[in-house]
Write a protein that binds this ligand. Structure first.
Ligand SMILES: Cc1cc2nc3c(=O)[nH]c(=O)nc-3n(C[C@H](O)[C@H](O)[C@H](O)COP(=O)(O)OP(=O)(O)OC[C@H]3O[C@@H](n4cnc5c(N)ncnc54)[C@H](O)[C@@H]3O)c2cc1C
Ligand code: SF4
Length: 545
């Protein structure tokens, strides 16, 4: 297993496709004034770092976690792979505190995409103008049409495997790879949807359905949330990072950024980071924060200085606020036939019906839902915590494991100022104040969840399921704590992710989302990163950077 010694050193970085292998890596000295230091090598940071390096900029990516070698480091073992998650101390608060850990952010090169479920969906076009067109939330400062070419670029880069005719959204090009055959758990969703007269589809996934270079096709063993040990998964680690290295970017693993330094002119001068038991400083012309919707505002707040006493990019007071998550209440049922829902990626069938239907709702917002495939430990945990089963009753319930199926939505929550990331007084092992994450559902959020649970339960019954039960506590995908917008008074950054207050400070991750929609966010994060790279090149060409 990985120890505390960084791997990306001495002019080389792990070659993720070869056991014990190496790829050449350009290295910069700390005294070098690089064009961009990017903090975080996840969905946003890796995609942006790759595209900026390919556009000719000098780039150093600082990543707090290890540089994984999937073929060496990942094993098909739920317990052993808990090391993929960001599990540092965080305080949770509010009426509906969000369980943190494996449920949200990862730590390591590739970020949360190393253990994500690979669902690659686009936002509904109207969500970019949800206040003007749908009457809730906030408008984004960009339109679907502006992002569409970048969605296509991200789908192509990730070789998304999806159906020829995806039933929702505007006309689009075919997915690069054919869809995966839907497993029995997905066919339950299909059967229920057809009985209720709504559309369903094979979920577009970023795991290849045919060979791609050194990625073999998916072998349907279902350990996707614990690190794919075959490299069928197309993650930031296996897609953007190798490209970034080839284009001349440097990735510094086990490098925890603690503070962005501001010079006398009020510009970002570089980043203080901890690596190999010492604090170091990397100079940079521009700094990008891409640490996930908790660590990004935390770093901006922890970097407060005399010129910016309330934290960086925070003149609006909005850094950390308007945190959203996706509500994920579950509906579960027993079936007479064997389902064996652990086979294959966890979410092989989807319906976006309630993302696109506006009639018949007693709430504003949207949700998609997917078939599920929890592995035994995760399932036992769900059963034990949501139903209070233990000992013999838990064992009896677990005997039904191969006959279970269920659905979980990606349920939109309203962006509200009181849901926020702030700094606690406690500090971590680096001496940095830890984040406090407060969250409460609105009445509308609760109505949305009740609607989803009713509808999913009806669909399970229509598909032949019985002994249906539900649970309400789950969430996924934290977003929206440094939102983009068209006005410095009401947003943290502009449409390019550029801070209104500090023009050489940028944000590129899920923190940017003004609203969270009813789909998983990483495709949108990567599309935004690709767009940002092109905007930066355009601005640089006209001397605006
Ligand atoms: C179990 C699970 C399943 C998921 N499934 C899906 C899915 O199917 N589809 C989908 O679209 N999304 C899914 N997601 C969500 C998705 O993975 C994330 O929303 C997305 O990766 C977030 O991108 P990001 O760039 O904001 O942050 P991340 O990808 O989390 O990257 C942030 C990186 O920054 C690093 N970092 C943070 N702070 C610092 C610091 N101070 N110094 C240095 N480095 C730092 C972290 O270590 C991390 O590597 C899932 C998430 C989970 C947990
Ligand atoms: S099911 Fe496919 S993507 Fe998931 S871990 Fe196995 S090979 Fe990788």
């Amino acid at each position: 297993m990985i120890d505390d010694a960084p791997r990306a050193t001495n002019g080389r970085a792990p070659d993720v496709f070869t056991p014990g292998g190496w790829s050449p890596m350009r290295q910069y000295a700390e005294r070098d004034l690089v064009d961009f230091v990017i903090i975080g090598a996840g969905a946003g940071g890796a995609a942006l770092g790759c595209r900026l390096a390919e556009n000719g900029f000098s780039v150093v990516i600082l990543e707090a976690g290890p540089f994984w070698r999937p073929l060496d480091d990942f094993v098909s073992d739920e317990l052993a792979q808990q090391n993929l998650y960001w599990t540092d101390a965080r305080i949770i608060a509010g009426a509906d505190p969000i369980a943190l850990g494996g449920n949200n952010s990862g730590r390591g090169v590739g970020g949360s995409t190393v253990h994500y479920s690979m669902i690659a969906l686009r936002f509904r076009p109207q969500w970019f103008k949800s206040r003007s067109l749908l009457g809730y939330g906030f408008d984004w400062p960009i339109s679907y049409e502006e992002l569409a070419p970048y969605y296509e670029e991200a789908e192509e880069a990730l070789k998304v495997a999806g159906p020829v005719n995806y039933p929702w959204g505007p006309p689009r090009r075919r997915y690069p790879y054919r869809p995966h055959e839907v497993n029995a758990a997905g066919l339950v969703l299909a059967r229920g949807a057809e009985k209720l007269g709504i559309k369903w589809a094979a979920t577009p996934l970023t795991t290849v359905s045919a060979p791609r270079g050194r990625s073999p096709p998916c072998v349907y063993r279902g350990f996707c949330n614990y690190g794919c040990s075959t490299n069928a998964k197309q993650s930031a680690l296996t897609v953007w990072i190798p490209r970034a290295l080839r284009a001349g970017a440097e990735v510094r693993d086990l490098a925890m950024a603690g503070r962005i330094e501001i010079d006398a002119k009020g510009l970002a001068a570089g980043v203080n980071y901890r690596r190999e038991a010492a604090w170091r400083f990397q100079r940079a012309r521009d700094v990008v924060v891409a640490g996930y919707a908790i660590e990004t505002p935390r770093l901006l707040l922890n970097s407060a200085c005399p010129l910016f006493p309330d934290g960086l990019a925070n003149r609006s007071g909005l850094v950390g606020t308007h945190l959203t998550t996706h509500a994920g209440p579950g509906a579960w049922a027993t079936f007479d036939e064997e389902i064996r829902w652990y086979k294959g990626p966890p979410n092989m069938a989807v319906t976006e019906h309630w993302n696109y239907a506006d009639e018949g709702k007693d709430f504003v917002g949207a949700y998609a839902f997917m078939s599920q495939g929890p592995l035994p430990m995760a399932w036992a945990q769900t059963v034990a915590t949501s139903r209070g089963l233990w000992g013999r009753s838990l064992r009896d319930e677990m005997r039904k494991y191969n006959h279970m199926a269920g659905f979980v939505p990606v349920g939109e929550t309203e962006p509200r100022p009181e849901n926020r990331v702030s700094l606690a007084d406690e500090t971590d092992r680096f001496g940095l104040r830890i984040p406090k994450v407060s969250f409460s559902y609105s009445e509308n959020d609760k109505r949305l969840q009740r609607h989803a649970v009713r509808f999913m339960s009806d669909m399970l019954a229509a598909a032949g399921g019985y002994d249906i039960w539900t649970n309400y506590k789950d969430t996924s995908h934290l977003l929206g704590t440094c939102r983009m917008g068209g006005d410095p008074e009401t947003s943290v950054v502009n449409a390019d992710g550029r801070s209104w207050d500090i023009p050489n400070l940028w944000i590129c991750d899920g923190s940017l989302f003004p609203t969270c929609g009813g789909v998983n966010p990483s495709l949108t994060i990567q599309a935004l990163a690709c767009r940002m790279a092109d905007r930066i090149s355009t601005l640089a060409a006209s001397g605006q950077i």
